[in-house]
Design a protein around this ligand. Structure first.
Ligand code: CMC
Length: 439
């Protein structure tokens, strides 16, 4: 395996910047895949200027060796390995190990990792009582974020996030307990008793068991369903510096504990422009279905700036060609539905929508392609996951990435507390006005 890079390569190239009466030669660095960055770390110190970059469209926040994306060529790699190979050959826990520890595990390392993940799969019995306090209508993302944050109170040693002897344990606890919390939050919403983890099962199969088993009936996990879920988890496992991962890093940079950092990432993921899009895609497909499958109307609305409507599951900040995860999922969608004998009219609508959009000049010019959220919901639905759990599924999948990125951040000598600057545009200095004199 190629060595893991932790440092960028210096280049002889520089960028010349003249501001005020100063001219700076700013170093240019490059990464493994020759992507280049102008290093502006000395800019403010030497000129008093800062840069302004809404939405961080042009800003690199860190050096990372976890994942690589080439948005122009539709490439995603975890630790150098193409996503297509991992999707075909790996398992979720092996991929998690790869992301977190930087290499594919040897057989005994993977066995040990899987063993630890099953050992920690139960949650503290008292935590079940938290669930009683939530209304049955609570969104499972609110339960998940609250429960993950509260784990720090059960493992107080985690409040010292840099104790090297504990990082591995906290990581394992999070990976092991996340499916349990997720499944319990679902059970709460449907009013069924909790099903405890079964350590004989694989990660994905165990989650399905906790989701769907009920005391009066036998429940056997369908291997095809477990494999489909495992694939979905692998495809979501990391995506470099997206909104939730950047949140995890930012919160972690203040040396908040790992549970708190992950809970913050879960909250960031919830938004409909990020992980919440998978739930929105399903709502959109259902809306189109109820509206006589009128795909043209919705493509038209998405192009109309006055309508405020976007095609959910389309577009990406980084991918400007295609999202390789969506390609894999589109194929998996066909296979899984066929294997399960499910006919879902929403799949046909999704396929039609994709065809229409990809022929349309608006989508071509704006480089808008289906993203990972476009087809994932149809598979989740086919395997029985309710729509309000879709973003929770994304969170379960993304957890290894958050952990890997947090670990990298906490181990990096370059890490400083994340603290962007601003340009103040509020009122200029003026005096406090006593109440009786205010107009
Ligand atoms: N439907 C219609 N128009 C769109 C869409 C869309 N889904 N996405 C972007 N556009 C247009 C947008 O109106 C703008 O047009 P113009 O330049 O004419 O004003 C242009 O494309 C650029 O959009 P943007 O919002 O400035 O681009 P961004 O990089 O800030 O946003 C995005 C990326 C993913 C938030 C956005 O494409 C979007 O809102 N997509 C729908 C939500 C979605 O599917 N999110 C999941 C993202 S992938 C999984 C994840 O990372 O969570």
């Amino acid at each position: 395996m190629p060595a893991t890079n932790t440092m960028p390569t210096a280049t002889t190239e520089t960028a010349t910047l003249t501001v005020g009466n100063k001219t700076l030669q700013l170093p240019v660095i490059k990464g493994t895949e020759d992507e280049k960055a102008i290093d502006i770390s000395k800019l403010r110190g030497e000129t008093s200027y800062i840069t302004l970059d809404h939405g961080y469209m042009n800003t690199g926040s860190c050096l990372s060796s976890v994942a690589f994306i080439d948005g122009e060529r539709g490439i995603l790699r975890y630790r150098g390995i193409p996503i297509e190979q991992l999707a075909e050959k790996s398992t979720f826990t092996e991929t998690a190990y790869l992301l977190i520890y930087g290499k594919l595990p040897a057989r005994d390392e993977l066995d040990q990792f899987n063993h630890v993940l099953t050992r920690h799969s139960m949650i503290h019995e008292d935590m079940k009582r938290f669930l009683d306090g939530f209304p049955s209508t609570a969104h499972p993302m609110s339960i998940l974020s609250a429960m993950v944050c509260s784990m720090s109170s059960y493992y107080p040693e985690s409040l010292e996030p840099h104790r090297k002897d504990l990082i591995g344990l906290t990581i394992s606890r999070l990976l092991a307990k996340m499916p349990t919390i997720a499944a319990f939050s679902h059970k709460k919403s449907v009013g069924q008793p909790f099903t405890y983890p079964d350590n004989k099962l694989s990660y994905a199969a165990n989650f399905l068991h906790m989701m769907f088993a009920v005391p009066p009936e036998d429940y056997h996990v369908d291997e095809d369903v477990a494999r489909a879920l495992d694939l979905l988890l692998i495809l979501h496992a990391d995506h470099e510096q997206n909104c939730s991962t950047s949140t995890v890093r930012l919160v972690g940079s203040s040396q908040a504990n790992l549970f708190a950092s992950i809970a913050a990432g879960i909250c960031a993921l919830w938004g409909p422009l990020h992980g919440g899009a998978n739930q929105e895609v399903m709502n959109m497909l259902e809306m189109i279905h109820e509206d006589s499958d009128n795909v043209d109307k919705y493509v038209g609305m998405a192009k109309d700036k006055k309508s405020n409507f976007r095609l959910m599951g389309f577009g990406h900040r980084v991918y400007k060609n295609f999202d390789p995860r969506a390609k894999i999922l589109k194929q998996a969608c066909d296979t899984v539905l066929q294997k399960l004998g499910v006919h879902d009219p929403l799949l046909e609508i999704a396929q039609k929508l994709e065809e229409h959009a990809l022929r349309d000049s608006y989508f071509i010019e704006h480089k808008l392609y289906p993203n990972v959220d476009f087809y994932s919901g149809i598979i989740y639905k086919a395997i029985g996951i309710p729509t309000n759990m879709f973003t929770v599924m994304f969170a379960m999948g993304r957890l290894p990435g958050w952990l890997a990125q947090w670990k990298e951040m906490s181990e990096s000598p370059n890490t400083k507390i994340g603290r962007p600057r601003q340009i103040y545009v509020g009122p200029a200095l003026h005096d406090y006005v006593p109440m009786e004199k205010r107009g």
